[in-house]
Write a protein that binds this ligand. Sequence first.
Ligand SMILES: Cc1cc2nc3c(=O)[nH]c(=O)nc-3n(C[C@H](O)[C@H](O)[C@H](O)COP(=O)(O)O)c2cc1C
Length: 188
Amino acid sequence: MEKPMEILQLLTTRRSEKRLSEPAPNEEQLKQIFQAALNVPDHGRLHPYRFIIIEGKGLNKFKTLLQAAVEEFELGEEALKKAENLAHRAPMVIGVVAKIKKDIPKVPGWEQMLSAGCATYAIQLAANAQGFANVWISGKWVNGNALRKAFSCEEYDQVIGLVMLGTAEEKNEREKKIQNIEDFVSYL
Ligand SMILES: Cc1cc2nc3c(=O)[nH]c(=O)nc-3n(C[C@H](O)[C@H](O)[C@H](O)COP(=O)(O)O)c2cc1C
């Protein structure tokens, strides 16, 4: 490990940012982000994740997919506005799909889902490490049929995240999240 203190600094101070503008990661920076995602713990080397990059004109298509989910689930006018805002909240979105195989006895679905979750977190950290801000969003629209189809989801797949990526408009200064480690950690 080259610079352990810097890594710890990132892990212990990371924060999400919801107000994001240009620039988003470029091709080289995205490669680093996906290399991080592809190196998470992965039982059976199943690579149970797929990533969909949404930027430029893709963001308009993304908006129609979110709006389709609002209609499909009858979420109402407010959700429609929320969908529109979400599609224009960041210059880039990475959709993360957990690719779940049901027929692998040694690696149940929950393990595959966790691997995909780790990959999503790795995307966030690798983006942070390169100076980009982000937030992991889900919402009811992740189950929308049109979105699932656009993300090439098969029957047991789950869209687990829409990672909004860009540059922080204003730095979100908040206190460290965990106040009392003792509330969460014990010895056997
Ligand atoms: C699986 C998952 C789904 C999430 N979905 C949403 C969401 O739809 N909307 C939202 O505002 N935050 C969502 N969050 C929480 C944010 O990503 C973020 O963690 C939260 O706002 C706390 O900020 P922090 O990461 O700076 O502590 C989700 C987090 C996870 C892990």
